[in-house]
Design a protein around this ligand. Structure first.
Ligand SMILES: Cc1ncc(C[n+]2csc(CCOP(=O)(O)OP(=O)(O)O)c2C)c(N)n1
Ligand SMILES: [Mg+2]
Length: 565
């Protein structure tokens, strides 16, 4: 077929479709008028958000829930700068995303033109890669590379800046079927010798432990992980980002590790003789004081990104490669040797120690007259049978959700792990709901976090998205208040949020349903009614104001030095 001449804005939308995009989140402006004109004739679904930051989080939530590349589109200048927190959030958690920004015409770049900002310069440290398209002839190849980079290797956000004259220019449309980039060759296939060493260590270990992270979910390796752990009878813990990769109701599951990890996971980390870490990057929230992290263990680290290996902790057996392939490779190497031992028996003492720690300090909380946040999470878990997609905001709400909801499947938790971005959860839930229209999507929110992107109630209502926001309302910046209580002599400076709006009225003002729960006997029935409603709903649950998240490892302490209830 002869190549056809197309306009830049048309080429952009054609490329998005060919990359498999079905929905994009955006907000228009002067630099994008050609694209928005074109969009009205395109089968692509465009979701008009109410703030650019939320648009990026929505694309991020879509990506986390579906495993596809999230796409968003914003205008130049302030539209572009409003995206930064969203981009940094996605970068910290390695989320595949393409961010498209309008730019002033190439001739005006560098002139301090109206709504000009150097977004490529600004986002360089928080994108996997970024591009300024200088000629319409380069547009297709750059977009193709942007998607390729976003979804391959260690995924991440890629930004493409689109000057107005590029979008208005014309050129022949040529689609490169294959995409290859010199100097960018992620290693998917792990080195066989390293895998053999890891397998040997697993066979020999007496107290092995799996630590899994977001990489397991991202590389779709949950199946291999489950088979390996269950075959060898190895307990499994994970970082916040790894929740859901291993079923939370499996007897080998010992809960999350780290600052708010379980007693069992943190104690097991201290005692294990072989830590097999898969798709994790050893964040300080996971390791505690690095000098005392897993002091008795040899460490196997499997990761697609060679730069994350030995970045934070010393590793004995590094395995660079795709987590799925690496775990499948381990299974293959081990399979002829599996009959050598009764693995349950071989790890019997270790499993008994783990069971003992579980019995000694299970996750728990005191009940009283007031509603406790943990019982709200447990009730929701019960009602949804653990089958909902859970987004969280940041703070205590996030940690309680991580601790008390039983995540059974990958991609069921959407949370800002690396950056800890308040205001992430609700727009991420909107993105997830658009990607998975039949899912029940719930955002566990704090009373403060929810106000950071509350305007997206308009987006949810306008698009009839039945997202549910459950506010664990303590009228505090609870996580900061907890630190003030424990480490600053209860000096609650600037954390009291008693002057919150009436969340029920606020929901209603946007055309959503509002519910309020202040008494325990109303908790279950109102939650049931609200979760069954076909509408966008806000459920404002008044909880015990000064409830804390435990266990807690103080910042800079070792995982052993937990504060318990
Ligand atoms: C954008 C942003 N600003 C500030 C913080 C620091 N911070 C972490 S948790 C928290 C309190 C959050 O309060 P709320 O949303 O009510 O949640 P709670 O801890 O009470 O459950 C704050 C201020 C942050 N993580 N993100
Ligand atoms: Mg709060």
């Amino acid at each position: 077929m002869d190549p056809v001449t197309m306009k830049g804005s048309q080429i952009l939308l054609e490329c998005l479709q060919r990359e498999g995009v079905d929905v994009l989140f955006g907000y228009p402006g002067g630099a994008l008028t050609d694209v928005y004109d074109e969009l009205s004739r395109s089968p692509l679904r465009h979701i008009l958000v109410r703030h650019e930051q939320a648009g990026v989080h929505a694309a991020d939530g879509y990506a986390r829930a579906t495993g596809r590349v999230g796409v968003c589109l914003f205008t130049s200048g302030p539209g572009a700068t409003n995206t930064i927190t969203g981009i940094a959030t996605a970068y910290a958690d390695s989320i595949p995303m393409v961010i498209l920004t309008g730019q002033v015409p190439t001739l005006l770049i560098g002139n301090d033109a109206f709504q000009e900002v150097d977004i490529v310069g600004i986002t360089r440290p928080c994108t996997k890669h970024n591009y300024l398209v200088k000629n319409v002839k380069d547009l297709t190849l750059i977009l193709r590379q942007a998607f390729f980079l976003a979804r391959s290797g260690r995924p991440g956000p890629v930004l493409v800046d689109l000057p107005k004259d590029v979008l208005q220019g014309h050129t022949e449309f040529v689609w490169p079927e294959e995409i290859r980039m010199r100097s960018y060759n992620p290693t998917y296939r792990p080195n066989l010798n390293q895998l053999r060493r890891a397998a040997g260590a697993l066979i020999a270990a007496r107290k092995p432990l799996f630590l899994t992270g977001g990489g397991v979910i991202m590389s779709d390796a949950a199946g291999e992980l489950r088979t390996l752990a269950r075959t060898l009878h190895v307990p499994v813990t994970s970082s916040l980002m790894g929740l859901g990769a291993f079923p939370g109701d499996d007897p080998l599951w010992i809960g999350m590790v780290g600052m708010h990890g379980t007693f069992t996971a943190n104690t097991a980390m201290h005692n294990t003789d072989l830590l097999v870490a898969v798709g994790v990057r050893f964040d300080d929230r996971v390791t505690g004081r690095v000098a005392d992290f897993a002091p008795n263990a040899a460490i196997v680290h499997i990761d697609i990104d060679p730069t994350s290996i030995r970045k934070n902790v010393a590793v004995d057996i590094p395995v660079v490669g795709d987590c799925k392939r690496a775990l499948a490779g381990l299974l293959e190497i081990l399979s002829p040797r599996l009959a050598e031992k009764d693995w349950h028996f071989a790890h019997g003492d270790w499993l008994a120690a783990v069971a003992g720690w579980n019995a000694m300090h299970p996750l728990s909380y005191d009940t009283g007259e007031e509603i406790k946040p943990q019982e709200v999470i447990r009730a929701v878990c019960e009602i949804t049978k653990g089958k909902a997609i859970i987004a969280t905001e940041v703070g205590q709400n996030q940690m309680w959700a991580a601790q008390f909801y039983t995540f059974r499947e990958p991609r069921t938790l959407l949370t800002s792990g690396g950056l800890g971005t308040m205001g992430y959860g609700f727009p991420a839930a909107i993105g997830a709901q658009l990607g998975l229209p039949d899912a029940l999507v719930i955002d566990f929110a704090g009373d403060a976090s929810i106000q950071m992107n509350i305007q997206e109630l308009a987006t949810a209502v306008a698009n009839r998205l039945p997202v549910k926001i459950i506010i664990l309302n303590n009228m505090y910046l609870g996580m900061v208040r907890q630190m003030q209580e424990l480490f600053y002599n209860r000096n609650y400076n600037s954390t009291n949020m008693e002057s919150q709006p009436d969340f029920v009225k606020l929901a209603e003002a946007y055309g959503a349903q509002g519910y309020r729960i202040t008494k325990r006997d109303k908790l279950e029935p109102v939650l049931r009614a609200a979760l069954a409603s076909p509408d966008t709903a806000v459920i404002d649950v008044h909880i015990a104001r000064e409830e804390n998240v435990y266990p807690m490892v103080p910042s800079g302490a070792s995982l052993e030095e937990m504060l318990l209830i």
